[in-house]
Ligand binder design. Structure first.
Ligand code: ADP
Ligand code: MG
Length: 464
């Protein structure tokens, strides 16, 4: 395999990870257009279509790209961004001037040259803390109030109040944000305190590297004198026995010397698969705080706060629309907002509800697809005041048969299921029955305004 081909594969894996982490909206806006331009020994050059995208990617995704790439291929130590390289050879724009390079190693984010050994911050091992992730920038609501309060307490107490602090919750709900906020608060109150923040992935990577170069002593040494150790996404070490063992020792040593340990994961300690029993039980010794899925109010609050910090003008209706329709996690909500802002800036377009609809169309469809037949049946039964069981029954009374047809129609529209699959969900009906229902409801929505309104209402409440 040529070097370039393997680098392409690495990039496609890095991209896949990024896509998962940043969400569809952000991915499509910023990372989709990024491509591998050239490879030269240990340096990879990525091309981006314009300066705007370059700056955004450098500011928001640089560290992540570098880290992910390093874990794919330790030989690559440099990732640069270049504007409009040969992948868009058809477009003769802007190639005349030498394209400025932005090096995106280790948190260094401007056009100035990097200091020779400046890839890491003063703590060496720690990953840089994101300046946007502070307590002040964190919007508190019901779903995250416990985690927030615990994080604040951990950061502000003179003595370690509980140890470890274990934060868990689904993707994009603010775990990393809270950890960085703890780091900032502690550093700001006493800059002498040594704080290490890193992903479990980086922990494993460095540990493996230490083994390879036979300097595990130096690796251990790094953690010995820290006041605070934060390991993000601990689930990454599940199934990696050696790394777990090493982490276990480090963890115990720090707890013994009363250094604060903060851990995050996507599940509670006991739900982590392939995690050694003694470790998972140790992890729940301190305080375990979960972050619940977002609510509409929290999403709206976060959007309002973002709009304020960015000092941009977006009609409240549009914010409500996003908060209502993008209901998965904060990252996707932010991604949707960013996309709208980017469109407004790039195309100079006024932000309206209509524009938001258009710009987010593919995202909204992706969301709609997540609706399940069960939800549809529940909503429809509720709407028409029927029992859920009526959805699967074979009673033909109009007052029951019609809503059932509506539910079948919505199932066809809002899910990816085939007609026979839908039939099965409705008490084992034939696919022709479903097809007939879909046709019938289509006719009715054309001729009966009240029916059309009913359906629109249901559709909206299902995709919200
Ligand atoms: P996780 O680590 O749980 O996957 P992150 O901490 O990376 O999630 O959060 C994803 C994005 O959402 C970040 O940009 C973060 O700043 C933002 N975010 C999450 N929760 C909040 C919140 N309560 N207030 C403000 N921003 C938030
Ligand atoms: Mg995270």
């Amino acid at each position: 395999m040529t070097e370039h081909a393997s680098v392409e594969q690495e990039w496609s894996r890095v991209r896949a990870r990024l896509r998962q982490e940043v969400g569809e909206a952000a991915f499509r806006s910023w990372l989709q257009p990024v491509a591998v331009a050239t490879v030269d020994g240990k340096a990879v050059r990525l091309s981006v279509p314009n300066r705007f995208v370059r700056d955004w990617v450098a500011n928001h995704y640089a560290d992540r790209i570098t880290n992910l790439w390093a874990s794919e291929n330790p030989d690559i130590s440099e990732v640069d961004l270049i504007i409009g390289a040969d992948c868009h050879a058809a477009e003769p724009v802007a190639v005349a001037a030498p394209a400025p390079l932005t090096r995106i190693n280790g948190g260094h984010r401007s056009d100035e040259p990097l200091p020779e050994s400046g890839a890491e911050d003063e703590d060496g091992v720690s990953s840089p803390l994101d300046p946007r992730f502070t307590f002040d920038d964190f919007v508190v609501g019901k779903p995250n109030e416990l985690a927030y309060a615990a994080a604040r307490r951990a950061a502000e107490s003179q003595e370690v109040p509980f140890n470890p602090l274990f934060l868990y919750g689904g993707v994009g709900l603010g775990k990393t944000h809270l950890m960085h906020a703890i780091g900032w608060a502690i550093k700001n109150s006493d800059s002498r305190r040594k704080v290490i923040y890193m992903s479990a992935e980086k922990f494993v990577y460095q540990f493996v590297k230490a083994i390879r170069y036979q300097n595990t002593m130096a690796f251990k040494e790094q953690f010995r004198s820290v006041d605070v150790l934060m390991i993000d996404d601990i689930q990454f070490i599940c199934g990696k026995e050696h790394s777990q063992e090493e982490f276990f020792h480090t963890f115990n040593a720090l707890i013994d010397q009363k250094s604060l340990v903060v851990i995050s994961a996507d599940k509670s300690p006991h739900d982590l698969d392939k995690m050694e029993e003694r470790l998972s039980s140790r992890l729940s010794w301190g305080l375990v705080a979960d972050i619940h899925p977002t609510t509409f109010e929290l999403r709206l609050g976060i959007l309002q706060s973002k709009v304020q910090t960015l000092k941009i003008d977006i009609p409240p209706k549009v914010l409500e629309f996003i908060a209502h329709r993008i209901s998965s996690n904060v990252r996707e909500v932010e991604g949707a907002l960013n996309r709208i802002v980017a469109h407004a800036e790039l195309v100079g377009r006024e932000v309206t509800l209509e524009m938001a609809h258009e710009v987010l169309a593919d995202l909204l469809r992706a969301h709609d697809r997540r609706v399940t037949v069960e939800e549809i049946q529940r909503k429809v039964a509720e709407h028409y005041n029927l029992r859920l069981a009526d959805m699967a029954s074979s009673r033909r009374t109009r007052s029951i048969a019609r809503p059932r047809q509506v539910a079948m129609y919505l199932a066809k529209q809002l899910t990816q299921m085939s007609l026979p699959e839908i039939g099965r969900k409705f008490g084992g009906k034939d696919h022709t029955t479903v097809m007939h229902a879909v046709k019938r409801v289509e006719q009715l929505t054309d001729s009966d305004a009240a029916m059309a309104e009913d359906i629109e209402l249901l559709r909206r409440s299902l995709s919200g």
